[in-house]
Design a protein around this ligand. Structure first.
Ligand SMILES: Nc1ncnc2c1ncn2[C@@H]1O[C@H](COP(=O)(O)OP(=O)(O)OP(=O)(O)O)[C@@H](O)[C@H]1O
Length: 286
């Protein structure tokens, strides 16, 4: 069975060759299994967003010679050797994005934003005219109900709170039929209650539909409460890949440096994962 996501020797260097260069991601190889849930943690600037963008083919990896750097999703090539693959569109159909920057169209209705999820499956003409059929509308409404915001279906997306907008993006991924969801800091700038709601929704979606989930997070307590597997980055490299239970305070303090206190110790609020979300359920971080 092909992995949901496979990164092979992927690096990303920013900056012109002549000028100062910064290696945001440094030779990362990673395999995420089907239905697996992984939290990506690390200090600001450690490369989490760049890695997620590389996985989605939104950022091109450094070219390093034939076959040396590649990204595959469900066995389909996303990019290879610094170029987008020919089959990238097909590969992306399996990948749902919950990103702040690629969020919603604020002036369109919540329903229409969710229906964008079907665009990969219907003709460009029907999509551009917004001619969605009754079945597609029913599916979109069901997805909104599943994430708990169907009552807002007719509102403009910009009228919703940040957390509700993230849940619209999750509904869009469901309608898309995504088998892997990449969420880049989905709870950054949300209040604790909304953050928990969004995390609950993501993990429940993953569990109920067998969707693999990769979530970058600033807050370590959410990573340990919701995820079995944690990947930690530092300076563009993967410095830890294993069960959340193996993360200890000394490692985390080193990982987060000066910001450790604010991000790890002590938590201002208890983070409790939904029942059965993962191995470390109902964990209270103190
Ligand atoms: N488009 C870009 N051009 C130049 N440098 C970039 C670009 N995007 C990211 N970087 C740099 O690459 C490094 C990694 O950034 P990235 O956003 O991936 O880190 P991050 O771990 O997601 O950080 P944060 O938690 O603050 O979002 C940083 O030093 C950042 O300044």
């Amino acid at each position: 069975m092909a992995a949901a996501l496979q990164l092979d020797r992927v690096s990303k260097t920013y900056g012109a060759k002549a000028g100062p260069q910064l290696r945001a991601v440094d030779n990362v190889s990673l395999v995420i299994g089907e239905g697996e849930r992984v939290a990506l943690i690390g200090a600001s600037g450690s490369g989490k967003s760049t890695l997620i963008r590389l996985a989605a083919g939104l950022v091109l990896a450094d070219a390093r010679g034939a076959g040396s750097a590649a990204v595959h999703a469900f066995g389909m090539r996303v990019q290879e050797n610094g170029r987008l693959a020919r089959e990238v569109r097909a590969a992306r159909r399996n990948i749902g994005l919950v990103f702040q920057q690629f969020a919603l169209s604020g002036r369109l209705s919540v329903m229409t934003n969710v229906l964008v999820g079907v665009l990969g499956r219907i003709s460009a003409l029907r999509g551009s005219l917004g001619l969605f059929n009754a079945d597609e509308r029913r599916t979109a409404y069901a997805a909104l109900a599943e994430v708990g915001i169907s009552q807002h279906a007719a509102k403009r997306a910009r009228e919703l709170s940040g957390g509700q907008q993230q849940r619209v993006a999750i509904a869009r991924a469901l309608v898309q039929g995504a088998r892997l969801v990449l969420a880049d800091e989905p709870i950054a700038s949300l209040d604790p209650k909304s953050a928990k709601r969004v995390m609950d929704t993501l993990v429940t979606m993953s569990r109920d539909h067998g969707i693999a989930l990769v979530v970058s997070l600033h807050q370590v307590d959410y990573a340990t409460a919701y995820f079995d597997r944690v990947v930690a980055m530092n300076g563009g490299r993967v410095v830890f890949d294993g069960p959340a239970s193996r993360l200890d305070a000394a490692f985390l303090t080193e990982l987060y440096g000066a910001s450790a206190e604010e991000l790890i110790l002590p938590s201002q609020f208890a983070v409790t994962a939904p029942a059965g979300a993962d191995a470390r359920t109902s964990q209270t971080v103190s």
